[in-house]
Design a protein around this ligand. Sequence first.
Ligand SMILES: [Zn+2]
Length: 284
Amino acid sequence: MANAGLVDLGEQILLFDTMYPPQAARSLRDAALHLFGRPISLVINSHFHLDHVGGNQVFADLPILSTVTTRNLMLERTQQFLSFAKANPGYPAILQKAIEEESDESKREELTLQLGDILAMDAALAELVPVPASMTFGGLFTFHGSQRTAALIPMGNGHSACDTVLYLPDDQVLFAADLLFAHNHPSIKDGNVPEWLRILGKMDSYPAQVIIPGHGPVSDQQAILDLHDYFTHLLHTAKQTETTEREAADSLESLPMPKQFETWSLPDQYTANLQHLVRLQQLS
Ligand SMILES: [Zn+2]
């Protein structure tokens, strides 16, 4: 489950990410009324992943704002997924069987990730309607409310092709979306880890006391440093792996996880992330 944010600007209530499935988005709509006595008036999509935009249809009557890249990818990937899942209703079972029969660990990991996406999609497939952003922006976008200022900042292609964060300078609060996984092994399959590292290094230009990650508990700057350490370690370990794909998969499987990451959620993602980086290295 991804995190979302509600921000009271005074005149407007912003929603940062709509979650998935649509039922969760309806709960967000109710939560705003309960918290502020006023409805959400503007919606923001941080990036295109379904667990952050899968509730958009609940806000189809409101302006939805994202970058052009996020809008295009949201539409393209969600429609692809929907068409595929509808045309292949038995696919989760077929994929499950393929995972059990696959002897190559790295391929098995990749199929398992695909299965997770398909099953998540499946849960609300019947009611899911892709609703893309109705407004797009390209650079810094600032809301000047009577209660507070909020700045939308596109950070580049770290976790996805385009990730946007929301910074509240009056409160020193940063909604980091999936550029920050706190105490969770991150998903890097659509990302660019060297670029992600550079973005994490830039995040201290926003002196946030409270940082809300895309996944994991409400955090602070330490979570950014921890993820920076994680990627530095991951890149270093992947670079040391100079073998064939099969051998690399086997040797990575037996590598012990550094102690500091052992308590993070989704531990299987550690080897999958290393294998992904090694594959990219072999392709380059
Ligand atoms: Zn994501």
